[in-house]
Design a protein around this ligand. Sequence first.
Ligand SMILES: Nc1ncnc2c1ncn2[C@@H]1O[C@H](COP(=O)(O)OP(=O)(O)O)[C@@H](O)[C@H]1O
Ligand SMILES: [Mg+2]
Length: 312
Amino acid sequence: MAVGQRFERGVNVTGAAEAVRESEATTVEPLSQEDVALSHMAAEPDLLVRLENVTVRYGKGPSATEALSPTTLSVPKGDFIALVGPSGCGKSTLLKLASELLSPTSGQIVFPECRHGEASIKVGMAFQSSTLLPWLTIRDNVMLPLKIVRPFRQHYRAKRKGEFRDRVDALLEQVGLLDFADKNPWQLSGGMMQRANLCRALVHEPDLLLLDEPFGALDQFTREELWSTLQDLWLARKATVLLVTHDLREAGYLANRICVMSARPGRILEDRTIAFRRPREIDITFSSDFVTLIQDLRGLIMHQPRGLNDDD
Ligand SMILES: Nc1ncnc2c1ncn2[C@@H]1O[C@H](COP(=O)(O)OP(=O)(O)O)[C@@H](O)[C@H]1O
Ligand SMILES: [Mg+2]
């Protein structure tokens, strides 16, 4: 099995290094970056993806933008990680790396359970703008990944539409949208569209859910409702989530870990574990522990050297 092979390889690498030390052999191939990453992962068996010393530079020459300093991030299965930091610090860039939409300039991204040459993990994404197709009903919008993503598209063609419709309707019911399944997106409020958007990102049961400021355009009350919806979906489906947000309360309410990034070129300044009990209610955001957490995070972001942030 893929996992075994990759971990075995990691273990062998470590073993080989020890053997070499013992025999003081002189001609040894140095460990590749990938081998080093694999040996790290042997110690982290529930890892979904590891970004290992990744950097990103957009463009070439003097006009190039250094978006990301060397950054390492381990994403265990089932975790909920929020990325926060000043505008332009590379948060969306990190999501693009994790989804393999973008290759790092240096460093590497390792998916321990994927064999070389095989399609890697399934990813679901949702952004600030809902990107629902206006000419499709909500049900058909949510169904879309099942028509496109392997292996679902083969099954879709093999006339398993009824089964897929049940799956979509179960998701819509979970977020309170089943009565709106036959409406078009323009007949829904902004909050409802984002609920549908979350359903579409989850319908193909992705290994990794990437959310880039998904609630950024919503008013405060709708946003808080959506936090609760997202928490329920995460608790029920045990997805692995990477969430980019500007809203520190949102990060504190939703995440198990908050990674605070420095101004561009970004790197992770602090990786904070958030231990509030689940399911979390909005009331926790008024507790003194929560308020202290938000003040700490705000302090970390605000007290960075100025002049590097694009938006200053
Ligand atoms: N395709 C691109 N080409 C050139 N520069 C880019 C590109 N995408 C992002 N950048 C730059 O890289 C930096 C990080 O961008 P991004 O990851 O979008 O930041 P964030 O999501 O934290 O606001 C910014 O300075 C941005 O202008
Ligand atoms: Mg961004």
